[in-house]
Structures are given as structure tokens and as C-alpha cells.
Design a protein around this ligand. Structure first.
Ligand code: PRP
Ligand code: URA
Length: 208
């Protein structure tokens, strides 16, 4: 699908299988998701621009690199928090914003309750983190908000995506690239991804 990149690393596939398993308890779900998010961060940041610098090794001076673009992570609460740790591990100087959205269970429309993002989004690469891309309502709303705040370069990072959600993001935000670890089959009548992994927020935080 247009603008969609599926991460197919074997270790990601192994972890996603563990995350899908209904028998995986909350504590393991959380730590596996963190590990997977490190691998996802590695794939998502492949094209980060670099600046050349010089560095003194114990033996001589040589050329090295620093990352030339600031990175802002924006998890969508709550489930997006499950991806932050792994991304921060590999991008330790990333700044982190938060967007609070939940889906109304009847209408499936996103309801917003919290926004706090760093300044100077215009120059940054903004990575929106949310494990589940279902109808795409939450993701599209989060991206619109970030654009209002000046973001110009946005990547949407999900663990599992439904075709409906990908279509929604592509339609509303054709400039945004979506990464996911699996493009699943469809949504059920309650807006859950099939086969999916259930309610990600509940599984991370033990609220089911
Ligand atoms: C889940 C998920 C996404 C949203 C996806 O959040 O984490 O944010 O649903 O659905 P959509 O693509 O149809 O908008 P939820 O509303 O369950 O809130 P939570 O993370 O606080 O559990
Ligand atoms: N949110 C989730 O946590 N899981 C789904 O399958 C859909 C939306």
C-alpha cells in the first residue's frame, strides 16, 4: 500500500507472535514490546541525516558522525507509552511530547484529553508512536494537531495496522510515511484489529 513500510525483521516477527499470544502475561507483554520498539526504532531511523565531525581516538584523529536532525517522539496515550522506552534507548537525546486520545467505544471517534509537545517542531523529525492503527481516527487527529503546531516531517510508527487505518492516514495525510510490523486483515464490528493482539493499552497496563 502507498506510503506504508512493513518492518519484516525476523526478530520483530518473533516478538510480534509473542505479543499476539493471548497467554502472554502483562509483565512479559510490556518487556517484549519495549524490546520490539528498539528494533522498530532502528528500522525507522535508517534515513536520519548525519553531519560529519572529527573525533580523536586514543591513536589518531578520524572522521565521525552526529545526527543532524532533532528527533521528537510523540506517543499517543496510553498505549504509545509502551514504545517510548525502546526509542529513547537508541535516540537518547530525543525530546518527547504526549498526545492524550481515547476512542469512544460507541462512535469509535477519538476524544482528546491532553496535548503537550516540545517547541520547534518545524525543524524536527517527529515520530508518532502508537502500537495500534485501527480506524486511523486517533492517528489522523494526532497528526493534524502536530501539523498545527508546526511539524513538517512526520513518520507514523505502529506495531499492527489495519488496512482501514492505513487508508485513512494516507487520505488525510499523504505526506506521512507509516511504519508497521504487520498489516493485518481487517477490523471487527467493534473496531478491533483482526487478528491483532487485543487492546494494547489494557495489555500493557493490566487494565483488562
Ligand atoms: C487505542 C490505540 C490507538 C487507538 C487506535 O487506544 O492505542 O490509540 O485505539 O484506534 P483507531 O485507529 O481506531 O483510532 P485506546 O482508545 O484504546 O486508548 P488507550 O491507549 O488509552 O487504551
Ligand atoms: N486499539 C487496540 O488497542 N486494539 C485494537 O485492535 C484496536 C484499537
Amino acid at each position: 500500500m502507498k506510503n506504508l513500510i512493513v518492518i519484516s525483521h525476523p526478530l520483530v516477527k518473533r516478538d510480534l507472535t509473542l505479543l499476539r499470544n493471548e497467554k502472554t502475561p502483562n509483565n512479559q507483554f510490556r518487556s517484549i514490546l519495549r524490546r520490539t520498539s528498539t528494533l522498530m526504532a532502528y528500522e525507522v531511523t535508517r534515513k536520519l541525516p548525519l553531519k560529519e565531525i572529527s573525533v580523536n581516538t586514543p591513536l589518531e584523529k578520524t572522521k565521525g558522525n552526529v545526527v543532524a536532525k532533532s528527533v521528537v517522539l510523540v506517543p499517543i496515550l496510553r498505549a504509545g507509552l509502551g514504545l517510548v522506552g525502546g526509542f529513547v534507548e537508541v535516540i537518547p537525546d530525543a525530546r518527547v511530547g504526549h498526545i492524550g486520545l481515547y476512542r469512544d467505544e460507541e462512535t469509535l471517534r477519538p476524544v482528546d484529553y491532553y496535548f503537550k509537545v516540545p517547541r520547534n517542531l518545524k525543524q524536527a523529525l517527529v515520530l508518532v508512536l502508537d502500537p495500534m492503527l485501527a480506524t486511523g481516527g486517533s492517528g489522523a487527529a494526532a497528526i493534524s494537531y502536530l501539523k498545527q503546531k508546526g511539524a513538517k516531517s512526520i513518520i507514523y510508527v505502529s506495531l499492527v495496522a489495519a488496512p482501514e487505518g492505513v487508508r485513512k492516514i494516507v487520505k488525510d495525510h499523504p505526506d506521512v510515511i507509516i511504519y508497521t510490523c504487520a498489516l493485518d486483515r481487517e477490523l471487527n464490528s467493534k473496531g478491533y484489529i483482526l487478528p491483532g493482539l487485543g487492546d494494547a493499552g489494557d495489555r500493557i497496563f493490566g487494565t483488562e
